[in-house]
Design a binder for this molecule. Structure first.
Ligand code: FAD
Length: 417
């Protein structure tokens, strides 16, 4: 018998899709709500969409993300290959070795999301609802979330035993807490001002010498950007130019080409790489327009420390922790969180919970477990961010000299009440 009756997932990005897959195993019905239509047929399936403005920029999937996705959706790696993902020639031997190990595939985010959507929406009990979640429904005492209200859709309300907040960095769940008698989650973060411009390219076969999959050029004084040229599936390459510390790359193709022309000619390894890159982009054919995106840095909401947080609501993906994009951790950690959610919901089914609501006892232990799973990736993001010039540490949105350990913030919160 299913552990949960109905579940609602707000947000149909990578975290929401994976959370829906996790819940489908243990729920009678899962409604996936997004502002965007959830397309699974035709070329639009693999097209960028409005709800994910970062979607056209470079999105690398770490090995731990691939492994967890495969656990949730067996065979998904094969599906990605069939849809056009490019297998990496050089593959790490130990896919579980750590959160910073590259995965086995080169892909473009819309391709990944399209394949996940096709797989997840085909699961039994899955339905999609188009519209914007505008608030939470609760029990009379406000202690248990019982569903969501939806704006701009055909369905004004959805009732559920469990609501999953996978609405990404724009999630408004924090601002809804005071209305439920809980405090907003405290936040930790960095400000490093990351800016990307990415251009899809089609390269002739001879553009890169045999065996060379990708080119990467670190920032220099002359050109303060990391420049990568790498496969992104469907026979295309992605030129990704990323700046930090307020260095914003040009957002048009002539500007990008001009930048590449200015790369130092040859003193060292990077100089040799820059000659290879220059040759490759000279003969490349652009596909579509450049895509630009910005991110302030990392941002973590300490849901595990919210005193009096309601039952029936959990937060995953960027809504829990947004990692600085440069290190490619976000989608992998969304997958780690989804597997943990599946296991916590499954455990509810085996616990002795006489008289309990369907998801009572889930939210706090899950959020605590997720926080611990996120810690290593978070520490790695912090360490790398704070080595960048001008990086700032943020506590509750304000710059501070030192960041406290997240575990020390829960007692401080209780004491302040
Ligand atoms: C520039 C950039 C580059 C990145 N590069 C990488 C990378 O290389 N590798 C990597 O792993 N990660 C990368 N990331 C991070 C990655 O995009 C996210 O961590 C990952 O996609 C998980 O996001 P999410 O699903 O939680 O949120 P999102 O992808 O933001 O999805 C949120 C979804 O919620 C929907 N939504 C929001 N509010 C509502 C509402 N009220 N009602 C209904 N629907 C709503 C949106 O339409 C959207 O579909 C990058 C991020 C940025 C900004």
């Amino acid at each position: 018998m299913a552990v949960l009756g109905h579940a609602v997932v707000m947000g149909g990005g990578v975290a929401g899709l994976l959370a829906a897959a996790a819940l489908a195993e243990h729920s009678e019905k899962v409604a996936l709500v997004d502002r965007d239509p959830m397309i699974v047929d035709g070329p639009e399936t693999f097209a960028p969409r409005r709800g994910v403005p970062q979607g056209e920029t470079v999105h690398r999937l770490l090995a731990v993300g691939e492994t967890r996705m495969e656990q949730l959706l067996p065979g998904v790696r094969e599906d990605l290959l069939a849809a056009g993902a490019t297998p990496r020639a050089t593959v790490s031997r130990d896919a579980e070795a750590g959160i910073d190990t590259p995965g086995t595939l080169w892909l473009h985010r819309p391709l990944l999301e399209g394949v996940l959507r096709q797989r997840v929406l085909a699961l039994p009990g899955l339905e999609t609802v188009q519209g914007a979640v505008g608030g939470l429904l609760t029990s009379e005492d406000g202690r248990t979330v019982t569903g969501v209200s939806i704006r701009g859709g055909e369905t004004p309300e959805l009732h559920a035993d469990l609501v999953v907040d996978a609405a990404g960095r724009s999630s408004r769940a924090g601002s809804w807490m005071p209305g439920l008698g809980a405090e907003r989650p405290r936040t930790l973060g960095t400000r490093v001002h990351v800016a990307y411009t990415c251009q899809r390219l089609r390269l002739p076969e001879s553009a890169l010498s045999a065996g060379l999959e990708a080119v990467s050029i670190p920032p220099s004084e002359a050109v303060p950007f990391t420049i990568d040229l790498e496969p992104c599936g469907s026979g295309e390459h992605l030129l990704a130019v990323a700046g930090t510390s307020r260095n914003v790359p040009p957002t048009d193709l002539p500007g990008l080409l001009d930048l590449i022309a200015r790369l130092p000619a040859s003193e060292d390894g990077a100089g040799t790489n820059s000659a290879v890159l220059r040759r490759a982009v000279e003969v490349a054919e652009p596909v579509g327009e450049p895509a630009a995106a910005k991110a302030a840095g990392a941002h973590r909401q300490l849901w595990e420390s919210v005193v009096d947080a309601p039952e029936g609501l959990v937060h995953v993906g960027d809504a829990a922790a947004m990692f600085t994009p440069l290190y490619g951790q976000g989608m992998a950690m969304a997958a780690v969180g989804a597997v943990a959610l599946r296991d916590h919901v499954a455990a509810l089914g085996t616990a002795d919970r006489a008289g309990a609501g369907a998801a009572d006892g889930l939210a706090a232990p899950f959020q605590q477990a997720l926080a611990e799973l996120l810690d290593p990736a978070w520490e790695s993001t912090l360490a790398r961010d704070l080595s960048l010039p001008g990086a700032e540490r943020l506590l509750d949105g304000a710059a501070v000299e030192e960041l406290p350990d997240r575990r020390d913030l829960a007692p401080a919160l209780s004491a302040s009440r």
